[in-house]
Design a binder for this molecule. Structure first.
Ligand code: PAF
Length: 275
């Protein structure tokens, strides 16, 4: 696996990749969820490039940029073992040189849910993902369904800007008890970790209730109560949405998704399930 940092090195290394190329954009602190993206990329393409960049513009001033886990050497070892061909680790200065002034805003889709709880987050994501895609020019780019709204925002941005790439969605990988894998799970204390799984359980129970015909508002209310009982201190949202538009639904209809974000201790977790 070749490791490159500067955009010049990336351009040379990219030119040497043959056949169909897949990109897996990451912020590092890799876990089995990321490795599932790499595996999916390997199945679909001849060569796999991974970017590792903790993107400062998608964190608000009060968020966890400073403590976001960084484990470059360990990440590189995992990617090498997984058969990745190219690892690109740009610097902040390379991505955002002096004078950088462009921001991509995906109206509508990026404004609710995570967009409301984390103003500016998706502008940071859309802008950096556009830069990653334009720099690597992959045939395919793989993203996890764990960040369901992010996936929708990226699909919209790619379609609107005519970026010639196929977006591949990869199912969420979970711990044995159901907790969705996330780099932020590293923040959970030993006491919070077993309670954190309530987020998944509340979504699963809400899905069961909705499919059994219970009114949506009652199923969502029970889910929120379960989270508070488990010790979550804040629920940013716990909602049933249309899987394509992410508009909230108050009755079951068509392809749906249950989505949730809540805080336990100092850790904000998100998860979602198809309905
Ligand atoms: O999902 C992530 O890890 C990040 O949001 C991404 C897509 C790599 C952009 O920084």
């Amino acid at each position: 696996m070749q490791i490159v940092r500067s955009s010049e090195e990336l351009a040379r290394a990219r030119a040497a990749l043959k056949g169909k190329v897949a990109l897996v954009p990451t912020m590092g602190a890799l876990h089995a969820g990321h490795m599932a993206l790499v595996e999916a990329a390997r199945r679909e393409a001849d060569a796999v490039a991974v970017s590792l960049f903790v993107n400062p513009t998608q964190f608000a001033a009060n968020e966890d940029l400073g403590r976001y886990p960084r484990r470059e050497a360990e990440d590189a070892r995992m990617l090498e073992e997984a058969g990745c061909d190219l690892l690109w680790m740009p610097s902040v200065e390379d991505m955002y040189p002096d004078g950088f002034s462009t921001s991509i805003h995906v109206a509508g889709l990026s404004e609710r849910w995570e967009g409301e709880a984390r103003p500016g987050h998706f502008d940071g994501v859309a802008t950096v993902v556009a830069k990653l895609l334009l720099s690597v020019q992959p045939d395919i780019a793989a993203f996890g369904e764990k960040d369901f709204q992010q996936l929708a925002v990226i699909r919209r941005m790619v379609a609107d800007l005519d970026i010639a790439v196929e977006i591949a969605a990869v199912e969420t990988v979970r711990e044995e008890d159901g907790l969705a894998l996330s780099s932020r799970n590293l923040y959970l204390s030993p006491d919070e970790r077993p309670r954190a799984v309530s987020l998944f359980r509340a979504l699963r129970n809400a899905r069961r209730s909705i499919l059994a015909g219970q009114p949506v508002s009652a199923a969502l209310g029970e889910g929120r109560n379960a989270l508070l009982l488990a010790g979550f201190s804040r629920i940013d949202y716990f909602a049933l949405v249309d899987a394509a538009t992410l508009e909230p639904l108050d009755a079951a209809a068509g392809a749906m998704r249950l989505i949730a974000a809540a805080v336990i201790g100092t850790t904000r977790l998100i998860d979602n399930l198809p309905v």
